[in-house]
Design a binder for this molecule. Sequence first.
Ligand code: MRU
Length: 358
Amino acid sequence: MSILEKLRVKPLEWIEDKLDGPVFRWLDTRQLPWEEVYRETRDYRRVAQAIKTMEIRGAPAIGVAAAYGLALAAYYSEARSVDELLARLEEAYKVLASTRPTAYNLFWALNRVMSKAREAAKHKGVDGIVREVIEEAKKIHIEDVEANIKLGKIGAKLIEDGDTILTHCNAGALATAGYGTAEGVMRAAIEEGKRIKVIATETRPLLQGARLTVWELVKEGIEVRLITDNMVGYVMYKGLVDKVIVGADRITVDGYVANKIGTYTIAVLAYRHRIPFYVAAPTSTFDLSLEGDSIPIEEREADEVRTILGKLLITVPDVPVYNPAFDITPPELVTAIITERGIVTPPYTQSIRKLFKD
Ligand code: MRU
């Protein structure tokens, strides 16, 4: 059985269909926890739409999906020449890259597939390039699961038997190729026989914590308690949290971490209460070209804040809204970053460079 077949939750799948051509399939996370709805497409534009509307979300999952988007664009391009195929791929790249600006894995995965295509174009014909593009997307998929499993094992060393871990948003199977980063660490700790409890924040406005993290943990039989975002300070004050572990959307070369809005607040509170604040992320989330708080932050529609998931209006209809989807936690609040290559600690300017050099 391949590593992908072994996954308990399969958020993303590439299905070979010899008759009608390959299909990309995904679990629509907008429908969770109410319904498990799988969607599929042969059109890269539909993949872009699924990323934009957050049917697929979480930085690593976005990266894998975008890579498969390029694979679909290549396979169904009907290009007759290498130049035509590369032009089609460039078009698809633009559409896919314009979906979500903060998640670095998106650009990392798209660039990786594009360089593979350009490299292949030097000595292969159209069919050869298409094959290479599909293979590269599949590799990115498998490598993400492998990286998560590795970082999970590495991070589990930081967890003690009996710990209560607070997490924010969803950095589990549904946010990745199927294992999870922050949740991967929890899973690995449990596999080592440690007993842990989780506190999940609901994560307004789109409730990824309440809808997705709780769904995943309950499904796996991991003890979880749900709190609203504004309860974090009190639960820390009461001594109910031993560690915080969150995922990341982008990490700069000097250790600034972009993650779901509210992460910064939790990091400040963790610092105040002397609680370790860990970030778990694969190396594909590190953007070595940026430093400081220069990460682009996505701003989303006002109605996400004015309503509960578009279903219930909770304010005056036209009230002006500010809706940044992410915030940036500065390195001085981050105890350590757990990656598949090891754990990095401050000073991050040195440790992150060393991680990539090694
Ligand atoms: O807006 P989302 O749901 O895509 O935000 C997701 C997060 O902030 C996650 O914590 C992050 O992508 C890491 S997922 C392993």
